[in-house]
Design a protein around this ligand. Structure first.
Ligand code: ADP
Length: 398
């Protein structure tokens, strides 16, 4: 069974082809700079890597290039021969609590949610419609970043704003990175050889965008991103939590417009705002050389995560596991150790050396630790493929 997973952005399409009988990715790649004169297409498969530049004006042309590259790599005849296509869709609002098979109604509902994700949902829809036009018979599934967080209780998802804003304008916390939080929580349960339904897990997805989630017995009860991905942890260029009063102050003192404040908080803040650089590897190199701003950025980044671990430990009534994932969480032993410093009060005891298992999972905790601390590589594309396969099998069975 072959499933193609697509993550369509406004100027890019990431793709990964899975052979589900082996639960294995057999090809992956990206088309970047769509709409520019110089789009780049890359594909990696068992038969090697290929890269080319071409004029790709839109998503339709991008999909045609993906189809040709997959065909030339010998892994797929054409899009029509796929068993299904799984799409990452960023915002499912309150409409989608789980993945769905895409039909006209679903397309219209994703369209209705555009005001909540004006940059992402239109791009995701482009991907869906392109496949629909190319291969109308192929089953397509939408897997939403927000869906896993839809079981949060109102005490977690409501802001203390006039209630009508929730009723009329859907102002509430939704959370993102849901596919990743769910995937690593499931992996943690497997690794600990205990059912997910018996575990209290704090998951930390630390990448360019970062978020934390509190998962109680398999259900997400809180997460750090809010109505938009701006809330919560310190990120590459996003501020995370900030007193909204700062915004009014800036508007009045500096005469900044709403759009300028939006750019300031989303693109000029976070790690970049503090030390001028958003890439964690570069920040760590600067910190090694004694750069004070880089050191400060690391302190603030780790301290914010620590605060969320404390908060979520309270929400969950204690934790059985803390899981690090994302580019930073998976790769930086330094950040992991710094975040866990001083958490002995909640039963976290870190071993003198981390231990990397064959499957790539890293265990950090010592034998005496009450809390398991793990670093688990996330695989959102595989999770989308798995959820797509489940729905496809349900459809075939009925
Ligand atoms: P995105 O949110 O764009 O998917 P990723 O999850 O790929 O991002 O994470 C990107 C971040 O991970 C970057 O800040 C990068 O510097 C950081 N990163 C990758 N490898 C390491 C490493 N070995 N040590 C520290 N940070 C790392």
């Amino acid at each position: 069974m072959k499933i193609l997973v697509l993550n369509s952005g406004s100027s890019s399409i990431k793709f990964q082809l899975f052979e589900m009988t082996e639960r294995r990715s057999i090809a992956s790649g990206i088309i970047e700079n769509i709409g520019d004169g110089t789009a780049k297409a890359k594909i990696y498969s068992d038969h090697g890597a290929t890269q080319e530049t071409a004029v790709i004006r839109n998503h339709q042309e991008g999909m045609a290039v993906i189809e040709r590259l997959l065909n030339q790599s010998g892994v797929l005849q054409d899009i029509g021969s796929l068993d299904a296509v799984g799409h990452r869709v960023v915002h499912g609002g309150e409409t989608f609590r789980e993945p769905v098979i895409i039909d006209d109604e679903v397309i219209s509902a994703i369209n209705d949610l555009i005001p909540l994700a004006p940059l992402h949902n239109p791009a995701n829809l482009e991907g869906i419609i392109t496949v629909l036009q190319k291969a109308p018979q192929t089953v397509q599934v939408a897997v939403f970043d927000t869906a896993f967080h839809q079981n949060m209780p109102p005490s977690s998802y409501l802001y203390a704003l006039p209630y009508e804003l929730y009723e009329k304008y859907r102002v509430r916390r939704y959370g993102f990175h849901g596919t990743s939080h769910y995937f690593v929580a499931k992996k943690a349960a497997e690794c600990l050889d205990r059912p997910l339904e018996q575990l209290r897990i704090i998951t930390l997805h630390l990448g360019n965008g970062s978020s934390a989630a509190a998962i109680k017995y398999g259900v997400c009860i809180d997460t750090s991103m809010g109505m938009t991905p701006l809330e919560g942890l310190v990120m590459g260029t996003r501020s995370g939590d900030v007193d909204p009063g700062v915004l009014f102050y800036l508007a009045r003192q500096m005469n900044l417009s709403i759009d300028e404040i939006d750019t300031l908080l989303n693109k000029e803040s976070g790690l970049k705002g503090i030390c001028g650089v958003n890439d964690m590897r570069t920040i760590m190199q600067l910190a090694d050389k004694g750069d004070e701003r880089a050191l400060l950025a690391l302190e603030i980044f780790c301290y914010r995560i620590k605060k969320y671990i404390g908060a979520y430990s309270a929400s969950l009534g204690g934790a059985d596991a803390v899981v690090f994932t994302g580019g930073i969480g998976e790769n930086s032993a330094f950040i992991r150790a710094k975040v866990c410093e001083g958490l002995e009060y909640m039963g976290i005891e870190i071993a003198s050396e981390e231990c990397r298992r064959q499957d790539g999972i890293v265990t950090l905790h010592s034998r005496d630790s009450r809390v398991n601390v793990l670093a688990i590589p996330t695989d959102e594309e595989l999770e989308i493929a798995l959820q797509t396969q489940q729905l496809l099998q349900k459809k075939i069975a009925t």
